[in-house]
Design a protein around this ligand. Sequence first.
Ligand SMILES: Nc1ncnc2c1ncn2[C@@H]1O[C@H](COP(=O)(O)OP(=O)(O)OP(=O)(O)O)[C@@H](O)[C@H]1O
Length: 609
Amino acid sequence: MEKKSEQTYSTVNNMIFLFKEIWQYDKKLILHVVLAGASEMILPLATLGLTALVIDAVAETGSASQLMPVFGALLLLVLILTIVSKTSMNTLNYQGNAFRVVVLNKLAMHLTSVDFEMFDGNKGQEKINKAFDTANSPQQVFQHSLIVFESAVKNSLGFLVYNYLLADIHWLFILLIALSSILNFKYSMYVNKKEDENKEFVSPITRKLNYLKERTGDFKQAKDMRLYKMEDWFGSLFKELSATKYSYLEKILRKKFGGNILNGLSSILVDLVAYVFLIQLIIQGQISVASFTIYFGAIATLSNWISGLLKNAVDINKMGMEIDDYKAFMAIESEMNQGEGIKIDGADLGADPIEFKNVSYLYPDAEQETIKDFNVSIKPGEKIALVGINGAGKSTLIKLLTGLYRPTEGEIRVNGHSVDDYNIEDYFDLFSVVFQDYYELPVTIDEMVIQGQDEDTLKLNKVKKRSGLNRIIENLPQKSQTKLVKRVYSDAVDLSGGQKQKLQLAKALYKNGPILVLDEPTAALDSIAESEIYKQYEELSKDKTSIFISHRLASTRFCDRILFVEDGQIIEEGSHAQLMKKKGHYYKMFETQSYYYKNEGGEEDYAVV
Ligand SMILES: Nc1ncnc2c1ncn2[C@@H]1O[C@H](COP(=O)(O)OP(=O)(O)OP(=O)(O)O)[C@@H](O)[C@H]1O
C-alpha cells in the first residue's frame, strides 16, 4: 500500500497561492467570481420578493397601482441578475478551462527542466503524475476553483443576508438549521475521509489499469497481443483489477447513499418544524400570508447556504491538498548547475582528459550501486569502446558522462573541471549521442535531424550523406520533406528499425558536439549498412572523442582502447590486439561470437561478427 503524504503547506497558504495564480492569469476572473456569486445569491431573494408581492396583491393588502412599480422594478432586477449571473458563470467556465490549459503548459515546461533522474523510479513518476492530475480534468483544482470560489461568495453572502432576514424568527430555528447542516457536513467529511483512505488502494489499481489500457492501444504491443493470443490473459487482468477497484468504489457509493438519506430526512424535519411554527404565527395573526412565504422560503434557503458553505469548506480543503501536489512538483529544483558556470566551448573539448574519479552511482529506488568506484581517463580525440554483458552498466556510464545523472559518489572531470562547475545546458552542448531507445516526432525528416537548431543546408546535406540517410530519402515521394509518424499524418512514412538508426545518427552528426557517443548504433542495421558505418567510423569520429558501445565486438577494432565492464567496474582494458593476447574476458566473448562465423563460413570475417 502507498503511504499517504502529509500536506506541506497549510490550506490558507495554498488558497492565497491559488488566488495569486488566478490574479496573474486574468484579474477580471475575480470580478466575475464576485458578480456571479452575488447575483446568484440575490436572485432567489428577488424571486421570493416577487412571489410575496403577488400573494399580497391577491390578498389585496396593497393596491395594484401601488404594487406595479415595485413589481416592475423587481422583475427588472431579476432580469438583470439573470443576465449577470449567466454571463459571469459562462466566463468562469470558459476561462477556467483556458486557465487550466495554461497551468498544464507550465507543468509541461517544468517537466522539461527537471533532472532526468526524476523519470527513473516510482517516486519521481508519482510526483509527476500527482502534479499533472491537478490540471488534467475540469473537476480538478485549477478549473474547479473558480466555481468553488463563486459558490463560497454566494453562500457567505446568503448566510449573512438570510440571517438578518430571519432575525425576528426564534433563534432556536437557526440553531436547528445549523445543527442539521453540521450533521450532514460531518457525515460528508466522514465519507470524504473514507474516500481518501480508499484512494490509497484505488490509485495503484487505476495506474495499473491505465498502463494496461495504454498497452492494448500500443502499436508495438498489438503484434504480440495477436500472435501470443494475449486477449484472454489481458481480459482476465482487466476484469480482476476492475472488480477490485469497483468493490472499493461501491463501499463509498453506499456511504454516499446513506448521506443522501440523512440529508433528505433532516431537511424534511426542518421543513416540518418550520411549517408548524409559521402556521402557528399566522393563526395568531402575527404574520401575513406573504410573510409566511418569505419566512418559509428563507428558512429552506438558509439551510442551503449553510450546507453550501460547509461543502465549500470540504472542497477548499481538497483543493488545498491538490495545490500541495502541484507546488511539490514545481518546487523540484534541478540538482544540476543551472546557474553561471565555467565557460566552455560547445565545439571544443579542450586539451585535458575526461576523468571518472571513484565514481559510484545508485539508482533512486535501487538497493545496490550500478556503478562502483569507477575510474578511467580518456584523452581528447581517443576512441573508446565500452563492452560487457547485458546490465553491466554501460548505458548508465554514458548517462553519467553526459550529465543526465550525477554520481552519488566521486567526480567526473571534463576539460580540467568537475562537471558540476559547468552550466548544465552548456555542458550538454559537448555531446552528440545516439541512444539505444530512439523516438520520432511528427515532423519532416529534415526537421527531425535539425532538432530546432539553426538550419545550415550544407551541413544538413553532409550529415545525411555520411549517415546513409540520403539513400533512404531518395526513395521517398517528398524526399527529406516527408513527414514522420503515420499515426499522425496519413502521408507520413514509418521508417524501419535500421532506417531510424540512420536518422538518429544524422541527428547526432548535425549537432556536431566534440564528444560522439554511440550506444549500440548498429544493432538494427543490416550487415552491409553496419560495415559501412564501421568503414566510416574513422570519418564520423574525426576530430572527436568517441565512445562506442556495442555487443558486436568486431566494431571495437576501430577503437583505440576497449574497456570491458562488468558489474559497474572495468575488469579489462587495452586494444583489441592486447586483449586478444591476454586471453581473458574479452577474448572469451570475442571467441564465442566469432565461433559460428568461423565454423560456418570457414573464414574469419570480423566485420560482421
Ligand atoms: N532506472 C533504473 N532504476 C534502477 N535500476 C536500473 C535503472 N536503469 C537501469 N538499472 C539497472 O542498472 C543496471 C545497468 O543497466 P545499464 O542499462 O546501464 O546496462 P548496460 O550495460 O547498458 O546493459 P545492456 O547491454 O543490456 O544495454 C542493470 O542491472 C539495470 O537493471
